[in-house]
Ligand binder design. Sequence first.
Ligand code: C5P
Length: 225
Amino acid sequence: MVNSSKIPVIAIDGPSASGKGTVARLVAQRLGFHFLDSGALYRLVTLAAIKAGIELDEEAALARLVATLDVRFENDDVFSNQELVTDAIRAEQIGVGASQMAALPAVRTALLARQRAFRQPPGLVADGRDMGSVVFPDAALKIYLTADVEERARRRHKQLIEKGMDDNMTTLLQDIRARDERDRARAVAPLQKSDDASVLDTTRLTIDAAVEQVLARYAVAKRVP
Ligand code: C5P
């Protein structure tokens, strides 16, 4: 058995719609590493809860749901109970619900082991809010990836339009601000830049430039024991 602490992790945390998912996925591809989109797990639990008629504040029932949740990531797709849910979990209402549910400690604890199971050779790139602070505190590199809130709303708007889910920019901006606020203010695993994370502001960076930045920082981090 491989000692999992020897498997390198790149943790990329940051606020909603900062582009961390896209950047993390590309970095994983470039390095031939596995990829964990932890937000997708929170979104999946939300979707499954709605389908099962569980309210998003029923902590114990939600934690039980996590334990039985059937999840499969395949290339860029996400399946739950054999059902393709890639687009369904991206709906803005699911993101808002996920951020409410994510404040519940029992849900976060129930998701811990599932997230850590993604740490497989030769390495993992994980994106979320608490990858560097809670889930993989021994990550080889921790990035706090961010961008101005208006730029993030524009990116999310474009992403939703591409998926055929139009949304109003003003509402989106409000949603993103409210989500940032909730993610930062919660008592458990709040979104925050940890001292050992390095900031990458992508407001004026292309995706490719952001990917190169992460790869360059990883190359440096690898050399430091
Ligand atoms: O990253 P994404 O927007 O898909 O995440 C949806 C929600 O799930 C976030 O707003 C956040 O509240 C929650 N989340 C979390 N911890 C993570 C990943 C996501 O609390 N590691």
